[in-house]
Design a protein around this ligand. Structure first.
Ligand code: NAP
Ligand code: G4F
Length: 350
């Protein structure tokens, strides 16, 4: 069987794990990469780069998408399975407030370009294609139901989430209107050592690792506190490796459908910070309120965490907690990193 996969966002956290996973299943993998002015942005895929077929492209440019899909079809006449994973995105919620138009062009209109390209293929080829869309729990926004599941109404709170809602409904529309095998995975936050440095978990872990080897915080005057935004919001965090497995399972079913992937446990950012510091033997005590709140090392009284309002968002998503019963029952999806503790240990690289 000639199995082909095309991954947009292959250089990102999920795309790189998915590529590793599919290589082990003997897929021939194509990936779309963006040109970068200084370096090859291949850190996450460097170790497998020679086994991949990488092509320059961008979700904002239809011709590049058409060109790579045409090449795949022409060069793989015997293809029997062609899976397209649309993971490419401007994926940072806070940054989407600063570049809303670009975020929409990539995260919303980009999906339209890709789906339309597939829609216009011959029926024979189209019937071999299975499409995965990276939908997100951010679409629930100011949540209208607890926990959130596939039927929970969306109430997006950022340009990023609005763009993802557009793509989510477009996938449903193309599935129903053109009979495409197209699924959306509504994934709750998932993290790993490959998480971008400016997402909250990785930012905290990087800081904790940076002070891990200090002999004494008391005599180290060079310690600059970690600057955080809203530490009271709650997230349902899992491990990226478990979530990419779920994406693949969605495309192996007889019929296309949408599924929530989540751990079903929610934790405040504050507790994520507390637990991460405890891992290196530091117990934090919190004093003050609002932007004046600080986290101190209980032993030495050194200030280790401060609040900086520059990290606040115009609208915040206060609470996310998912119900993934449908994926667990129908797909048999079962995460291996089943506690936050295991996720943090892995991110700390013990
Ligand atoms: P990520 O690490 O930020 O990776 C994003 C990928 O998209 C990168 O490969 C990036 O390429 C690529 N990209 C950005 N702009 C693009 C453009 N204009 N054209 C083509 N590719 C572009 O994100 P992730 O955490 O792996 O997430 C993967 C997908 O799942 C994203 O769509 C995200 O929105 C969604 N999602 C993530 C989570 C989560 O918790 N991680 C939860 C739900 C949904 P460069 O390397 O060149 O920047
Ligand atoms: O790590 P975050 O930036 O992730 P966020 O906004 O939940 O979005 C991530 O998960 C979504 C799934 O729900 C994805 F769709 C999306 O692509 C992305 O992967 O922030 C998490 C929470 C927020 O409430 C934020 O306000 O942490 C809070 N936070 C507090 N201080 C901070 C910081 N977030 C960041 N990035 N940096 C801080 O200093």
């Amino acid at each position: 069987m000639n199995k082909i996969a095309l991954i947009t966002g292959i250089t990102g956290q999920d795309g790189s794990y998915l590529a590793e996973f599919l290589l082990k299943k003997n897929y021939k993998i194509y990936g779309i990469v963006r040109r970068n002015s200084t370096v090859f942005n291949y850190k996450n895929i460097d170790h497998i780069k020679n086994e991949l077929n990488l092509r320059y492209g961008d979700l904002t440019e239809s011709s590049s998408l058409f060109s790579v899909i045409s090449e795949i079809i022409n060069d793989n006449k015997e293809l029997s399975v062609f899976e397209i994973y649309n993971l490419g995105a401007q994926s940072h919620v806070k940054i989407s407030f600063e570049i809303p138009e670009y975020t929409t062009n990539v995260d919303a209109t980009g999906t339209l370009k890709l789906l339309d390209c597939i829609k216009n293929l011959s029926e024979n080829i189209r019937n071999k294609i299975r499409f995965y869309q990276a939908s997100t729990s951010e679409m629930y926004g100011a949540v209208l139901e607890v926990p959130q599941k596939e039927t929970t109404p969306f109430n997006p709170q950022s340009p990023y989430a609005c763009a993802k809602v557009y793509s989510h409904f477009l996938v449903k529309n193309y599935r129903e209107g053109y009979n495409l095998f197209a699924c959306s995975g509504i994934l709750f936050n998932h993290e790993s050592q490959r998480r971008g440095d400016n997402f909250v978990t990785k930012k905290v872990i990087n800081y904790v690792k940076s002070i891990k080897n200090k002999d004494s915080l008391e005599i180290d005057n060079n310690i600059k506190p970690l600057k955080m935004g809203n530490i009271n919001s709650k997230r349902d965090w899992g491990h990226a490796k478990d979530y990419i497995n779920g994406m693949w399972l969605m495309l192996q079913q007889d019929n296309p459908d949408d599924y929530v992937l989540a751990m079903g446990q929610t934790t405040t950012v504050r507790d994520f910070i507390n637990i991460s510091f405890l891992k290196i033997g530091i117990k934090l005590k919190w004093e003050g309120e609002g932007v004046d709140e600080k986290g101190y090392d209980e032993k030495t009284n050194t200030v280790l965490v401060e609040i900086n309002k520059k990290y606040f968002r115009p609208c915040e998503v206060e609470l996310l907690i998912g119900d993934s019963s449908k994926a667990r029952n129908k797909l048999g999806w079962k995460p291996e990193y089943d506690t936050l503790d295991k996720l943090i240990d892995d991110m700390l690289d013990y």
